[in-house]
Design a binder for this molecule. Structure first.
Ligand code: TMP
Ligand code: ASP
Length: 241
C-alpha cells in the first residue's frame, strides 16, 4: 500500500470523524476532527489538538491489534488528521466490554462506579443517536437481520480478544481499561474491526489514583481533556511528533 491515493467526495460527517471516498473502491479516508460530542450529540465542543492525537492513538492501537492477529480496517497514517482504511460494510451495532462498572451500567443497575466485573460483561447497543443507542441482544440482531449468527459470534470473539491485548497494554502503563466500545464491518466476507479505538470511546483510569483519563472528563466537565489523552498516549508510547 505505498501507491498514492486520491481523496474524493465526503461520504459521511460523523460527530468526531469525517469519512471520504478515494479512487480505490475498497479504501476510505478517515479524518479525525477536533469536534467532541457526548450524550448522543447533546453536548459538543471543539478541543484543539484532539483530532491529531486521536488519529495517532488509533493508528498505534490498531497496529497493536493487527500484530496480535485481530483483523482491523487500518492501513496507514496519511497526515496529522487522516488515516487510510479499508471500506467495510458496517453493522449498525456497538460492542461494549466492561471490566469495571462505570457509566450506563451504574444507572441501569443501580450499582456504584468502580466495581470489578469478573468475568467481564459484554453488551450490544444499536447505533442510533435519535433512539439514544438502546441496548439490544442477539435476538434483536437476528430478528432484524442486522448481522448473521456467525458474524455475531465473530464480533463477540474479537471484542474479547481485544480486551486481552489492551488490558495488558494499558496495565503495563499503569492504566485500568474500564470499558470500551468497538464497531465492526464486513470486508469481502470477513468480520473486521472498524471505526476507532481512542479515549473518545473507552474509559481509562490511572491504576493508583483512579483519575479519569478519557472522554468522561468532557462528559463530566472535569477539564483537561486533551491533556489527559496526551498523558495516556505518552504512557503507552504513542509517537506524538
Ligand atoms: P456507556 O457506559 O455509556 O454504556 O459506555 C460504555 C463504553 O462505551 C464507554 O467507554 C463509552 C463507549 N461508548 C461510546 O463511545 N459510544 C457510544 O455510543 C456508547 C453507547 C458507548
Ligand atoms: N459517543 C456518543 C456521543 O458522542 C455518546 C457519548 O460518548 O456520550 O454523543
Amino acid at each position: 500500500m505505498n501507491e498514492s491515493i486520491e481523496k474524493r467526495e465526503l461520504i459521511n460527517r460523523g460527530k468526531a470523524k469525517s469519512v471520504y471516498a478515494t479512487d480505490d473502491p475498497d479504501r476510505l479516508i478517515l479524518e479525525f476532527r477536533d469536534d467532541t460530542s457526548a450524550f448522543d450529540g447533546a453536548k459538543t465542543a471543539q478541543l484543539a489538538g484532539k483530532g491529531v492525537i486521536n488519529n495517532r492513538f488509533n493508528a498505534f492501537i490498531m497496529e497493536r491489534l493487527e500484530a496480535a492477529g485481530i483483523p482491523t480496517h487500518f492501513e496507514r497514517l496519511l497526515s496529522d488528521h487522516e488515516s487510510l482504511v479499508k471500506r467495510l460494510d458496517m453493522f449498525p451495532i456497538e460492542c461494549v466490554v466492561r471490566n469495571l462498572t462505570a457509566g450506563s451500567i451504574c444507572r441501569r443497575l443501580g450499582v456504584p462506579e468502580g466495581m470489578d466485573l469478573e468475568p467481564p460483561v459484554f453488551e450490544f447497543f444499536l447505533k442510533n443517536d435519535e433512539l439514544h443507542d438502546p441496548m439490544i441482544n442477539e435476538y434483536h440482531i437476528r430478528a432484524f437481520h442486522w448481522a448473521t449468527d456467525a458474524q455475531v459470534a465473530a464480533m463477540k470473539d474479537l471484542t474479547f480478544r481485544v480486551n486481552e491485548v489492551l488490558k495488558k497494554l494499558f496495565a503495563d502503563a499503569g492504566l485500568l481499561l474500564v470499558d470500551y466500545k468497538l464497531e465492526f464491518g464486513d470486508y469481502h466476507g470477513q468480520v473486521v474491526l472498524g471505526d476507532e479505538f481512542t479515549p473518545d470511546g473507552c474509559r481509562l483510569w490511572d491504576a493508583k489514583t483512579r483519575a479519569k483519563l478519557d472522554k468522561d472528563r468532557f462528559r463530566q466537565g472535569l477539564g483537561g481533556v486533551v491533556e489527559a489523552y496526551q498523558e495516556v498516549a505518552r504512557r503507552i508510547g504513542v509517537p506524538l511528533d
